[in-house]
Design a protein around this ligand. Structure first.
Ligand SMILES: [Zn+2]
Length: 303
């Protein structure tokens, strides 16, 4: 019997490949040339990955380049620009990288394990430690392809469900960073832009369009600079009978899972029960999962 690896498209999460519906993913296990150079990532120390940070490769428009950010309909050409970027990062002596790059055709190159590895994408030690970083490939004029945005939304949702990272963003963006993120983001759970962490890039790292799409998909908008997220979560934690620190961390995620919330995500609501007492859309746990608690919801991605 052959022991050859069967190639499956998916995200590598703690050495396991998890398919994401509708997204083609090539990873560093299949293509060793995609793996990060040592200066671009390290083993993660925390067991609590709490944020996803979104980037655009060029960060334009910004204050020096005011080309409007626009969307190109459909998908760009399949010419392997994500892999070219991975290879550039490998040769580049600076510490620069991300966990994944989304190409103009909507395909994804994954360069590091989402659980085991941290990557140097945010220029902030705390944020890098606590987060997963995604780069959307931009054309030279700053435009993004619809397929890139669609794939980014799908990845953010899939990873949010796998990790129990709540579906919430910082909004509105006023041109300023979020002080809590600048301080390392230890109490920040959700999906943020590089622009929320640093003023060294422009507002278009990653721009408004991806956040508009996430809100259209049902993500909640909180002003993290004003602490809106923590006020709302204190009320929710009280309802759930938890310590009310306002941070939806591992204990809150575990309680949401126990209470039947899909993917341990508040906005996804509870499983519906029909008359025979079984969930309408099948059992939540269909397989034994070896991951720590937030990752038990991985099974729900396998649809
Ligand atoms: Zn960036």
């Amino acid at each position: 019997m052959s022991s050859a690896k069967v190639s499956t498209s998916g995200l590598v999460i703690k050495n396991r490949v998890v398919p994401v519906s509708g997204v083609e993913i090539v990873d560093f296990l299949d293509v060793p040339g995609l793996a990060l150079a040592p200066e671009d990532g390290q083993k993660r120390r925390t067991r609590w990955v709490r944020m996803q940070i979104l980037h655009t490769t060029k960060g334009i428009p910004h204050h020096r380049n005011r080309t409007p950010q626009r969307v190109r309909p459909g998908a760009g050409p399949r010419d392997g620009r994500d892999r070219a970027l991975a290879s550039y990062w490998q040769r580049d002596p600076r510490s620069s990288a991300a966990h994944g790059v989304i190409d103009v055709d909507g395909s994804v190159a994954q360069l590091a394990d989402l659980v085991l590895d941290k990557t140097f994408h945010a220029g902030n030690r705390g944020v890098n430690e606590f987060s997963i970083g995604w780069e959307m490939f931009q054309e030279g004029d700053g435009s993004l392809w619809e397929s890139t945005l669609d794939a980014q939304v799908a990845l953010v949702i899939a990873v949010g469900r796998a990790f129990g990272i709540q579906f919430q963003i910082h909004h509105p963006y006023t041109g300023a960073t979020v002080p809590r993120l600048v301080d390392g983001g230890a109490d920040c759970v959700g999906v943020f832009g590089h622009r929320d962490v640093t003023s060294n890039r422009g507002h278009s790292d990653p721009g408004d369009m991806i956040f508009d799409r996430l809100m259209d998909a049902g993500f909640e908008a909180f002003d993290f600079s004003a602490g809106e997220d923590r006020e709302v979560w204190k009320e929710r934690q009280e309802q759930l009978g938890l310590v009310t620190d306002g941070i939806p961390g591992p204990q809150t995620v575990a309680r949401l899972r126990e209470a039947g919330y899909r993917g341990s995500i508040w906005v996804l609501g509870k499983q519906c029960n029909d008359d025979d007492g079984k969930p309408e859309d099948g059992p939540m746990e269909t397989r034994v999962c070896e991951f720590p608690c937030p990752l038990r919801s991985l099974a729900q991605l396998l649809v």
